[in-house]
Write a protein of this length. Structure first.
Length: 113
């Protein structure tokens, strides 16, 4: 599963590269810092993250998986606010609350039934 996910990400990245006009790429492609940074991000942040996620999901209950995966966007927004200083609108806070409420409701119903 990790190989399939990584392959799709790689194919998508190359597809987007060929669709772009290429303007930022010539200077980046000659930079060793760019390639080492890219290698680090691919290995540590993409392949390892896919592997760790699939490994953990295989070894836990469906209820915990739904709670984790369903709340991921809301926690991503929360971390962006806390660490990056992002500002959310009232509508975005309401959307995050709806995601969490729905995820918790499904988890409770699944656990009860």
């Amino acid at each position: 599963m990790t190989m399939v996910q990584s392959g799709i990400v790689g194919i998508g990245a190359f597809f987007l590269l060929f669709l772009s006009d290429g303007s930022p790429f010539p200077s980046l492609l000659d930079s060793s810092v760019f390639w080492w940074t890219t290698l680090y991000l691919v290995v540590c942040c993409t392949v390892f993250a896919f592997f760790a996620q699939n490994y953990a999901l295989k070894r836990t209950s469906a209820t915990k998986v739904s709670l984790l995966m369903g709340s991921e966007p809301a926690f991503g927004a929360l971390f962006a606010v806390l660490w990056l200083g992002e500002v959310l609108t009232v509508l975005q806070y309401a959307g995050g609350a709806l995601i969490l409420i729905a995820t918790i409701k499904v988890a409770i119903n699944k656990h009860a039934g």
